[in-house]
Design a protein around this ligand. Structure first.
Ligand code: FAD
Length: 327
């Protein structure tokens, strides 16, 4: 029985939501192929998360319990994954489609003679290989991709493409991995890590609710209103490119073709026209609410619920109503 590996994205000792979603996707694939799921945790704290990972489908946990995993730029993770792939004999690795992990996966693919598919929204087994669905050209086309014969299959899974499902599995077998890093992997040391803006709000790639603002806000201060709405809802804050280019909100919160892809349960866009490049990053949201004073704005074509009105009238009333319902 082969193992299907899942690289666990984690933060402050806890697996990120996308990791539990990937475990669900991997469990479905592994069951159809008669394989088992093994989680891979790079960095400290993996053993403490074993029970959670087991409860979501991991039968085994490879853990490299070392600060070195994130102590140098990118390569330690590549070398650790190469080692786990080679010693486990696994043919398939699932990873999250964040920019950092895509970088790791691309470098890993070169070393292990693998192929890479990123941003997969569905995964199946066809002819003994993974077949993945992904959007291309800003969401205009949906493609099915697979791997050339004999290649290791590195599959980047999109956030929120799969639900989190508890399988009721017990604690996984924990296998400690010891990686001796090459000189090259220790060449660029991480000396400090600083979180930029965003406060304690959830990351927009993972948030169940995303509230975003565009040029219609008129100025930087407008984002205070967006943040206020986000905080009432426990949401992450996003922005259109017009807003980030204007310097009203940091670029890392930009949603769209050249920004982040979000797929929340609820997306609320205010003062955003809904250009195709913006839609590419949010149109898979389960429920889309648009607030725009122009009834002809293209965003209304994909909105489940639209409010035609001035956002400076609508949002304060919405906040008031939400607060009243909370108390
Ligand atoms: P606008 O299109 O100017 O829309 C503002 C909206 O606000 C209007 O619909 C207006 O009716 C409404 N409005 C104004 N005042 C109010 C008010 N008081 N109350 C309510 N509504 C109001 N864009 C992205 O967002 N993400 C990307 O990743 C991205 N990538 C791109 C890549 C390329 C190669 C190119 C060419 C463009 C890209 N763009 C991207 C830019 C994109 O084409 C649009 O220009 C941009 O999305 C527009 O942002 P916006 O909707 O905030 O502004």
């Amino acid at each position: 029985m082969a193992e299907l590996l899942v690289l666990i994205d984690h933060s402050e000792g806890k697996p990120r939501k996308v990791s539990l979603q990937m475990l669900n996707a991997a469990t479905q694939v592994a069951e159809s192929a008669g394989d088992t799921v093994a989680a891979v945790w790079l960095g400290e704290g993996g053993a403490d998360a074993a029970a959670t990972l087991g409860a979501h489908g991991a039968a085994k946990l490879y853990t490299w319990d070392s600060a070195d995993a994130h102590g140098y730029v990118t390569l330690p993770q590549v070398e650790a994954l190469q080692q786990v792939l080679e010693t486990s004999g696994a043919e398939v690795l699932f990873f999250s489609s964040s920019n950092h992990v895509k970088d790791v996966a691309a470098r890993l693919a070169i070393r292990v003679d693998g192929g890479v598919i990123t941003d997969a929204t569905n995964v199946e087994v066809e002819g003994g290989k993974i077949s993945a669905t992904k959007e291309v050209f800003g969401g205009d086309l949906i493609t099915r991709c697979t791997f050339a014969d004999g290649k290791k299959q590195l599959v980047g899974v999109a956030s929120n493409a799969f639900p989190v499902v508890e399988t009721g599995g017990g604690a996984p077998e924990v296998v400690s991995v010891d990686v001796s890093l090459s000189e090259a992997a220790q060449a660029s040391k991480v000396t400090s890590v600083e979180k930029q803006g965003g406060g304690d709000r959830p990351d927009i790639g993972e948030a169940a609710i995303v509230v975003s603002g565009g040029r219609g806000l008129g100025n930087e201060e407008g984002f205070q209103l967006i943040e206020q709405l986000a905080d009432v809802l426990g949401a992450g804050v996003g922005a259109s490119r017009a807003a980030t280019d204007a310097g009203w909100y940091p670029h890392r919160f930009q949603i769209g073709q050249t920004g982040r892809t979000v797929s929340p349960t609820l997306y609320i866009g205010s003062g955003i026209s809904g250009a195709i490049q913006h839609r590419a990053g949010m149109q898979t949201a389960q429920n889309i609410v648009a607030i725009n004073k122009d009834a002809e704005a293209p965003i209304f074509q994909i909105a489940d619920f639209g409010v035609v009105g001035d956002l400076y009238d609508v949002i304060p009333k919405l906040i008031e109503e939400l607060e009243a319902r909370k108390s």
